[in-house]
Design a protein around this ligand. Structure first.
Ligand code: SF4
Length: 197
C-alpha cells in the first residue's frame, strides 16, 4: 500500500486565525496519540510522516486556509527486487546503525537552502495579482528528510525488509531536489579522493 505524507504550506497556515482544526479533528489525536501539532520552532502545523495516513484527509478538509495537502508517496519501482547497497540501503537495523547511526536526526542543509530560495522568490513575486508559492511545490519536508531508520523502499515494496535513512528522498519524490545527509556524506567522501590533498 502506498504511503501518504502531509505538506503544510507555511504561508497559508496561520494558527492565530484558525481554531486549530487540523489538531482537533486529527484521528490520532482524538484517540490519545500524536498526529498534527504545532511545531515548537515555526509555530505552524506539522505531523510526523510515519503516522500520516489517508485518515488525515479530514484535517486537510477542515483547515479553513487549505494549508494542508496530502501527497501519495509512489512505490519505488515496485516489482523489482530490493537492492541492498551501501551507503543507504541496509539489510537490517544493525547494519543501518553502523552506516549512519552517528548522524541520526540530521537534515541535509540543501533542504534549508531550497526553502530560503523559495522564501526569497515568494517575497519578490507574491502580489495580490500574482501569487506564486514555490514552497508548496517543493514536496520535501523537514521531517521527511530527517535521518532515522525507515523501513522499506530501496526499489522493493514498502514492506520489504530493508532499512533506509529517511522517509523522503530524490528517489521517491520527483520534486525533492535534496540529496540527503547520508548520500551527501558518501558523495563528499568520494569527491575527496580526487581533491589532490
Ligand atoms: S493547518 Fe490550518 S487548521 Fe491547522 S493550524 Fe494551520 S491554519 Fe490552522
Amino acid at each position: 500500500m502506498s504511503k501518504r505524507i502531509a505538506i503544510v504550506d507555511n504561508y497559508k497556515c496561520d494558527p492565530t486565525r484558525c481554531a486549530h482544526e487540523c489538531i482537533k479533528f486529527d484521528p490520532i489525536n482524538r484517540s490519545g496519540g500524536e498526529g498534527f501539532r504545532l511545531d515548537e520552532e515555526s509555530g505552524k502545523a506539522t505531523i510526523g510522516p510515519e503516522v500520516t495516513s489517508d485518515a488525515h484527509q479530514i484535517c486537510a478538509k477542515k483547515c479553513p486556509f487549505e494549508a494542508i495537502k496530502l501527497v501519495r508517496l509512489p512505490q519505488e519501482a515496485s516489482g523489482k527486487p530490493t537492492l541492498f547497497q551501501f551507503p543507504n540501503c541496509a539489510k537490517n537495523l544493525t547494519q543501518a546503525q553502523d552506516w549512519w547511526g552517528d548522524i541520526i536526526g540530521q537534515v541535509d542543509s540543501t533542504y534549508y537552502d531550497l526553502q530560503s530560495s523559495a522564501d526569497d522568490f515568494y517575497q519578490r513575486y507574491n502580489t495580490s495579482d500574482n501569487i506564486v508559492n514555490v514552497r508548496a511545490l517543493a514536496l520535501c519536508n523537514e521531517e521527511g528528510l530527517r535521518i532515522n531508520y525507515t523501513k522499506g523502499g530501496c526499489y522493493g515494496d514498502s514492506s520489504a525488509d530493508v532499512i533506509r535513512p529517511s522517509e523522503q528522498s530524490l528517489m521517491n519524490l520527483m520534486n525533492c531536489p535534496v540529496m540527503g545527509s547520508v548520500n551527501r556524506r558518501r558523495a563528499e567522501q568520494v569527491l575527496a579522493l580526487f581533491s589532490g590533498d
